[in-house]
Design a binder for this molecule. Structure first.
Ligand SMILES: [Fe+2]
Ligand SMILES: [Fe+2]
Length: 170
């Protein structure tokens, strides 16, 4: 049986909430916080962009207009909270407040989509819904491929890169 759209979306929601919870662990070293934050940034951006794009398939269905608009508004709110988190000093009080706020938004967003939006899409437009898992998975991968990681490069990796280049030049 093919993977359902809800299964894919739920998996992202669970992963994001786990990663955001890790960001709130006061024992995590700052270097790890930066890497975890990059994972959250990439994961959340690809998820929200992919959802926005595939939800466009339902734009002409009046019965779904409000719920689709609410989903898009939730993505904008998360984008704003993510921007605040990314621009805060890792581990600071502001950082923790931003991470907590973003986790709240993601949790609310997940409950809304899983409980109301996706069941409504399936009920109102079952044939369109059937193609959503494949479309979402493809779009999510495409979005991830376009995003640039911003976590610092490990010095050992950088050394290996420079040595590799030097070996090829000589
Ligand atoms: Fe979502
Ligand atoms: Fe969403």
């Amino acid at each position: 049986m093919p993977t359902d759209f809800l299964t894919l979306v739920r998996r992202d929601h669970v992963d994001l909430q786990k990663e955001l919870t890790q960001l709130l662990d006061p024992t995590t070293p700052v270097a790890e916080l930066r890497q975890s934050l990059d994972g959250v940034r990439l994961g959340l951006t690809a998820h929200a962009e992919a959802e926005d794009i595939v939800l466009g398939r339902f734009d002409t269905i009046a019965a779904l207009e409000i719920q689709v608009a609410q989903a898009r508004a939730a993505h904008l709110a998360q984008e704003g909270a993510l921007a605040s988190l990314v621009s805060s000093p890792p581990g600071s009080r502001t950082w923790r407040d931003c991470a907590y706020h973003l986790r709240e938004l993601v949790g609310y967003h997940a409950a809304q989509e899983e409980t109301y939006l996706l069941p409504a899409l399936r009920r109102v437009a079952p044939r369109l819904y059937d193609g959503m898992a494949g479309a979402f998975a493809t779009e999510r991968l495409r979005q991830l491929a376009m995003l640039q990681p911003s976590a610092p490069i490990c010095v050992i990796d950088l050394d290996a890169l420079v040595m590799g280049r030097a070996a090829r030049v000589s």
